[in-house]
Write a protein that binds this ligand. Structure first.
Ligand SMILES: C[S@@+](CC[C@H](N)C(=O)[O-])C[C@H]1O[C@@H](n2cnc3c(N)ncnc32)[C@H](O)[C@@H]1O
Length: 221
């Protein structure tokens, strides 16, 4: 039996791929964070649902993978599992390896893809950095500077704070930059929004509280 890790898109359920849909239909148990599960409730009728919670996540994943010895399991992953979700995916991979259960990743549409489409940008002209990581982020911040020095657009997932984008802007400004930046919130949701800044100072001075669904494009010129 299989544990599917399914990329379900960045918000609008219509971004679920046909392959992801079939894997859900092929699974008896569906696992995910509440916000993601709720989005797909119309197609989850009759499934056993496991809502993950931060405190018990590891234990819950151990239990569902154990069940995958007899049933297919679908783990729904916001966006694409290969974009800024490595710690979550690695956890599942390790549990599956321990229990000798097969794991299959089904790619999805990431917030990164949607942002590139909005900007009309090819992946070839960008560098991507996520600050959604545990521990020290200074190496990742330096990576943003390197991307901009290469003349590329830096696409950044900021730290999950209300002022995550302002923190990135401050770091770059302290390092001698004052470039243009666009900040997208809640891409593909009905209330998605774009805030555009001619320079980093304007973003630093913006008192807007950003949501936890925020992604930035920082332009080198
Ligand atoms: C842990 S990362 C996972 C990213 C996800 N795997 C993806 O492919 O989009 C979660 C962060 O991605 C960004 N993000 C995800 N969906 C978004 C959306 N619809 N609009 C803007 N940013 C988004 C937010 O910064 C969010 O806190």
């Amino acid at each position: 039996m299989v544990v599917y890790i399914i990329g379900v898109g960045p918000g609008d359920p219509e971004y679920l791929t046909l392959k992801g849909y079939k894997a859900i239909k092929d699974s008896k148990i569906v696992v995910g964070w509440k916000g993601v599960i709720d989005r797909f409730s119309p197609i989850l009728e009759g499934k056993e649902i496991v809502i993950l919670d931060y405190k018990n996540e590891l234990e819950q994943l151990n239990q569902v993978v154990e069940k995958a010895k007899g049933e297919n399991i679908a783990i729904l992953n916001h966006g694409d599992p290969s974009v800024s979700d490595s710690q979550f995916v690695e956890k599942i991979r390790n549990i599956c390896a321990d229990k000798n259960v097969k794991v299959t990743i089904i790619s999805g549409v990431s917030s990164l893809n949607v942002l590139l489409a909005k900007l009309g940008l090819d992946m070839n002209f960008i560098g991507f950095v996520t600050l959604h990581v545990r521990g020290d982020i200074s190496d990742y911040l330096r990576n943003i500077l390197q991307i901009l020095e290469m003349g590329r657009v830096a696409i950044v997932i900021p730290e999950p704070y209300n002022d995550g984008p302002q923190r990135v802007a401050k770091y770059l400004y302290q390092n001698g930059l004052n470039c243009r930046v666009a900040v997208f919130e809640k891409l593909t949701y009905e209330n998605e929004s774009l805030r555009y800044y001619d320079n980093l100072i304007s973003l630093i001075n913006d008192s807007h509280n950003f949501s936890d669904l925020t992604i930035m494009a920082i332009f080198s010129k």
